[in-house]
Ligand binder design. Structure first.
Ligand SMILES: Nc1nc2c(c(=O)[nH]1)N[C@H]1C(S)=C(S)[C@@H](COP(=O)(O)OP(=O)(O)OC[C@H]3O[C@@H](n4cnc5c(=O)[nH]c(N)nc54)[C@H](O)[C@@H]3O)O[C@H]1N2
Ligand SMILES: Nc1nc2c(c(=O)[nH]1)N[C@H]1C(S)=C(S)[C@@H](COP(=O)(O)OP(=O)(O)OC[C@H]3O[C@@H](n4cnc5c(=O)[nH]c(N)nc54)[C@H](O)[C@@H]3O)O[C@H]1N2
Ligand code: SF4
Ligand SMILES: [Mo]
Length: 712
């Protein structure tokens, strides 16, 4: 059965699973799992499972989504529009009708525009749902109204930039091929926690072929605990490690010279550049002993079918783009792309090619209007002239599908800005988040099973449909509804792209791509858009004009999804980027005043700031903690479980220490985006992280923060 069937009232009473619905996980996870949902009634769900018929999901999903009934039927879900009645953030609200709340938002937007011009309005959005219609439809209103543009920089910038600099595009070997590998290198992604399906395919290779699993990370993550070989780096040093490995490959003749001559720009130049990038040189930077560097080089140099699964985490450093490019260059050096089960993969985002121009109102897009960098929201809202890009102050906002008061760096500035008396803040949300608490108007939002949408799997190759399967409670409305209704009230509902339903937008995107339509997708559940082996493995050439991989990237000249618009120009300390793969000391290196390096890695049971409200996720994660090496703790006189303080120029926090020898000395780890209220003092982990741009195409370095730590 492919969709929800009508349920009679007798079945409704019994609460027994009566039907299965099919959907896609909407959360910002590269796995984008195909889901089977038990439908208990027209408005209640039971268990959620992975669809066994989908070749990537293969029947496996994470525990938090399996228990989605906890989230969708949560007693604290926002159900009524709320209008602030006390001071900002005080928690006093009066209820309103949805229409009255929309009227008020439109009125405030018009007033703000009359005073400061259209760019004073910021529609701030991101990745709460990854559905194309509900996530990206907000741009239709933005462009039609000539509101400020948003530069997206939270997530993909360094990773995609580094990869595209080398390969010229964002795709790679079919991730399902991992099962055909003899060695799977899981690099800078904590897949057990953040994209569990990587493990399904890697473990198949181990079981069926005796493949070795190598994990490269900065601490002993749940993924590293599963590894045959653990490579434990200091944060921000992957470039040094990759260079030394390539040095050994050249030194011992383990590079594939014939392949390099055919498919790469300058193998001789690379070899000579790597002359002094010895394992001894790298050990001093990255902490990995010479013998381990050499052993890893020999393993990947002699195992033809080595699959490099490159993650996001290791690129959340100020030198992240360089490190991604270095890791990819290593995969190219071995010639691994020539073999089934070999090559490198990061994301398939260039495979999908769904045309969103009507949905996003591209016709009205003006790149010359000012750009606001989402990571610099704190600077924008506190009047930093550079962050305001020469435009007026932001005095009216709709925040939809994101939680900047929690997830954005430089949190003190973000909160200070969101609390400004002269800022009108509307928030469209499912829960009372840190951001919603500061709103003037809150609109309740539907969840994915309550509206229609379509999803792309960045970590695989499926486009998956998520049709409406259950009725929402009385109150919440989809993002699409809010955008359409504001369009009417703000006088742009006659523009192209307005006036269509979610299904009509989905039909238009699918038809343009010859992929059928909403109804055929409802029967098929998904489409597999994988390209052929030779294309995926770049055996017809890499995606640069001359078909050659770039060991010498053109750091500001390569088109990539995240290239900042002309008006913004290249970002960060571009002049310091190296000619060839290298280690660049652009990171926040530890110093006497800040002897520790902090990474703020995702936790298994939260997804960014989502799921921090569900009972089973809360029970699993227990409390915010700081992982610290026992020898560091001993020096500071800190016992396990004891409260520590940590801080830097941006602020300070307190939390219990957890003694753990899983990382190198001088490295501390905090897992999870806990609500700010989970900390004493009410400030969250992003109080400590910085919003300065990474070179060359921007991005936030969430795992690259220097701090002091002391006993509280
Ligand atoms: N310290 C630190 N900070 C980080 C990171 C980190 O690793 N460390 N990771 C960064 C990364 S990679 C990312 S992508 C960002 C993500 O940051 P966000 O995009 O803000 O991500 P979420 O917390 O997943 O989702 C935000 C909100 O969207 C809401 N939401 C979900 N679905 C819908 C919907 O259909 N409609 C509406 N209106 N709302 C909805 C959820 O309830 C949630 O409160 O965070 C970044 N911040
Ligand atoms: N459970 C859960 N799943 C998630 C998320 C979540 O918050 N929770 N977030 C989702 C989102 S938005 C994204 S973008 C993806 C991200 O998923 P991943 O690609 O897995 O990226 P991260 O989780 O940020 O980091 C992965 C690992 O990189 C490590 N790391 C940090 N710095 C370095 C370094 O310099 N070198 C190396 N080698 N490793 C380093 C971190 O400690 C972490 O263990 O996950 C998605 N899935
Ligand atoms: S969060 Fe990731 S692993 Fe979990 S169901 Fe969604 S896509 Fe799959
Ligand atoms: Mo992300």
């Amino acid at each position: 059965m492919n969709d929800a069937t009508p349920i009679d009232s007798a079945q409704r009473e019994s609460a027994a699973p009566t039907a299965l619905g099919h959907s896609a996980c909407p959360h910002d996870c590269p796995s984008t799992c195909a889901l089977e949902v038990e439908l208990l009634s027209h408005n209640r769900i039971g268990r959620v499972r992975g669809d066994a018929g989908n070749s990537y999901t293969a029947g496996v999903i994470c525990a938090k989504v399996a228990r989605y009934s906890e989230r969708i039927h949560h007693p604290e879900r926002l159900l009524k529009p709320l209008i602030r009645s006390g001071a900002k953030g005080e928690g006093q609200w009066k209820e309103a009708s949805f229409d009255a709340a929309l009227d008020l938002i439109a009125e405030k937007f018009e007033q703000a525009e009359a005073k400061f011009g259209s760019e004073t309005v910021w529609l701030n959005y991101y990745a709460g749902t990854m559905g194309l219609v509900q996530r990206d439809g907000i741009h239709r209103l933005r462009h039609a109204k000539r509101y400020s543009n948003q530069f997206d920089s939270f997530c993909t910038n360094m990773a995609w930039t580094g990869f595209a600099m080398g390969a010229g595009t964002m795709r790679g070997s079919d991730p399902r091929e991992m099962a055909q590998s003899d060695c799977v290198v899981i690099w800078g992604t904590n897949a057990v926690s953040t994209q569990v399906n990587v493990m399904t395919h890697a473990m198949r290779a181990r079981k069926q072929r005796g493949a070795k699993i190598v994990v490269i990370d900065i601490y002993d993550t749940p993924t590293m605990k599963q590894a045959d070989i653990k490579v434990l780096l200091k944060p921000g040093t992957d470039g040094a490690f990759a260079c030394a490995v390539m040095h050994v490959l050249f030194r011992e003749g383990l590079d594939d010279r014939e392949y390099l001559n055919k498919f790469t720009d300058d193998p001789a130049g690379l070899e000579s550049h790597l002359q002094d990038k010895t394992p001894e040189w790298a050990e001093a930077i990255c902490g990995v002993p010479v013998a381990e560097i050499e052993a890893f080089a020999r393993l990947v140099g002699t195992t033809k079918r080595t699959f490099f699964r490159l993650g996001y985490g290791f690129t959340r450093q100020r030198n992240g783009a360089v490190n991604m490019h270095a890791a990819l260059s290593l995969a190219v050096c071995t010639g691994s792309y020539q073999y089934e089960g070999g090559g490198a993969f990061h994301s398939n985002s260039d495979l999908f090619r769904l045309d969103k121009s009507l949905l996003e109102g591209r016709k009205y897009f003006d790149p010359g209007l000012r750009w606001l960098d989402q990571s610099k929201i704190g600077r924008v809202l506190t009047g930093d002239a550079e962050a305001l890009d020469g435009g007026p102050p932001v005095t009216a906002m709709l925040v939809q599908n994101t939680n900047p008061a929690n997830v954005a760096p430089e949190q003190r500035k973000v909160i200070e800005g969101l609390k400004r008396e002269d800022l009108f803040l509307a928030v469209h949300e499912q829960f009372m988040t840190d951001t919603a608490e500061l709103a003037d108007v809150i609109l309740p939002a539907t969840m994915f099973l309550e509206h229609d949408d379509i999803y792309r799997g960045g970590g695989h190759q499926h486009i998956v449909l998520g049709p409406k399967l259950v009725d929402p409670p009385e109150g919440p409305k989809p993002n699409h509804h809010v955008i359409e209704e504001l369009g009417k009230r703000l006088g742009v509902s006659d523009r192209d792209g307005f006036g269509l339903s979610e299904r009509e937008h989905i039909d238009i995107m699918l038809k343009k791509r010859d992929l059928g339509d909403f109804d055929s997708f409802k029967a098929d559940k998904w489409a597999d858009v994988q390209v052929d082996f030779e294309t995926a493995h770049f055996l017809k050439g890499f995606a640069h004009k001359d078909g050659k991989y770039r060991f010498r990237p053109d750091w500001t000249g390569t088109p990539a999804a995240n290239k900042p618009p002309k008006r913004m120009g290249p970002q960060g300390p571009v002049a310091q980027l190296p000619e060839f793969p290298d280690h660049v000391e652009l990171i926040e290196t530890a110093d006497e005043a800040h002897p520790f390096r902090l990474a703020t890695s995702p936790s298994r049971s939260f997804l960014n700031s989502s799921f921090a409200e569900t009972p089973s996720s809360k029970a699993r994660e227990k409390q915010p903690e700081l992982l610290i090496h026992p020898e560091d703790a001993a020096e500071l006189g800190i016992a396990d479980g004891e409260k520590v303080r940590l801080g830097n120029s941006r602020g300070e926090l307190a939390m219990p220490a957890k003694l753990d020898a899983g990382q190198r000395r001088g490295v501390v780890i905090h897992e999870g985006l806990w609500p700010n209220s989970a900390f004493e003092g009410g400030e969250g982990i992003n109080t400590l992280t910085g919003a300065d741009s990474c070179a060359p195409y921007g991005g936030a370095a969430f795992h690259d923060t220097r701090v002091w730590v002391k006993k509280a």
